[in-house]
Design a protein around this ligand. Structure first.
Ligand SMILES: Cc1cc2nc3c(=O)[nH]c(=O)nc-3n(C[C@H](O)[C@H](O)[C@H](O)COP(=O)(O)OP(=O)(O)OC[C@H]3O[C@@H](n4cnc5c(N)ncnc54)[C@H](O)[C@@H]3O)c2cc1C
Length: 296
């Protein structure tokens, strides 16, 4: 199938890119499984004009909106992408093939897991991968942050303004000296030298047990172990991730490769809906403008 703009990813960034590109009257296809979007498990309360909504609600409405403007949506996975003579050749897991003049990469990130008992079961029920998103749900309640690096320290420092008690569980602390100083000057309790064995609860989290036998009574466990980007597909297009695994883009969400744009969590922190949507808008507009110029 021959089209103008292919958007890989149907999360917040991809959907917004589809809306803005389609309104510029170029042929747009968006590919991605909404169930794999970070938004599907989110409860949003920090997005402009939306006091409280489920991410799922916003996403499904957004996809309909994009289709209403003429974008075609395929809930599939892209398994291969190649640069061709006059654009890009894309294959999906149902073996559909597309040819496009521009590509928008909006594949999000997958947060690194602890891989312990209870982590999956209590995800969204006390287990969180985003302190920025979920700190507000733990006002005056005890929480633990798990992770060795600066991201874990930043989350612990944020959570101390909400939670009744913050434990920072780190096997080997690797945060910057400045952050470490701030943590030490606060009431955050550092629990060093061990890692979690399992997360315990009934309907929601009640405690975290460490390998050395210690048990911390907490209502929330924030896992800050970094994230993986969908770097492989990007590299097939010659777009190299930076040291944090994010795709570098300019002010208009252009990557260093001609005709390739990127937006959302895949371009780096903050991993937030507002940033993903803003970048989706820029990428969609820039991709449509690129195609129009190529056609002239
Ligand atoms: C539990 C949780 C709570 C959150 N709460 C908040 C909050 O309160 N406020 C806030 O601002 N943010 C919150 N976030 C963050 C927010 O959801 C993300 O920042 C946002 O969804 C990022 O949008 P995105 O489009 O970049 O990525 P995603 O929404 O993750 O979408 C990525 C898309 O790419 C697709 N994809 C990946 N690989 C491929 C492939 N090979 N082929 C095709 N498609 C592919 C996926 O299927 C998915 O559709 C939360 C996140 C989580 C996990």
């Amino acid at each position: 199938m021959d089209i103008d703009v292919i958007i890989i990813g149907s999360g917040a960034a991809g959907v917004q890119a589809a809306i803005h590109a389609a309104r510029k009257k170029v042929r747009v296809v968006m590919i991605g499984k909404p169930d794999n979007s970070a938004l599907m498990k989110a409860h949003i309360e920090n997005y402009f004009g939306v006091a409280m909504a489920t991410g799922q609600e916003l996403l499904l409405r957004g996809i309909k909106q994009a289709e209403g403007f003429g974008a075609t949506f395929y809930p599939e996975e892209v398994i291969g992408i190649e640069i061709s003579e006059d654009g890009f050749h894309i294959r999906t897991d149902s073996l559909k093939e597309f040819h496009s003049k521009a590509v928008v990469l909006a594949m999000g990130i997958s947060r690194n897991k602890l891989n312990v008992e209870g982590e999956e079961e209590f995800h969204g029920m006390g287990v969180s991968y985003c302190a920025n998103c979920d700190a507000g749900f733990f006002k005056k309640r005890p929480v633990a942050v798990v992770g060795d690096g600066s991201a874990a320290a930043v989350s612990a420092l944020l959570l101390k303004d909400y939670a009744s008690k913050v434990y920072w569980v780190a096997e080997t602390v690797k945060a910057s000296a400045e952050l470490l100083e701030q943590v030490k000057a606060s009431e955050i309790e550092m629990v060093e030298g061990s890692r979690p064995l399992r997360i315990i609860g009934d309907k929601t989290v009640k405690a975290i047990e460490l390998k050395d036998g210690r048990q911390l009574e907490v209502d929330g466990v924030f896992i800050e172990m970094g994230a993986k980007g969908a770097a492989e597909l990007a590299m097939e297009l010659g777009v190299l991730p930076d040291d944090n695994g994010s795709l570098p883009v300019d002010r208009n969400c252009r990557t260093e490769a001609q005709g390739v744009f990127a937006c959302g969590d895949i371009t780096g922190q903050p991993w937030q809906l507002a940033k993903a949507v803003g970048e989706g808008c820029l990428a969609g507009l820039a991709a449509a403008a690129f195609v129009r110029k190529e056609k002239e």
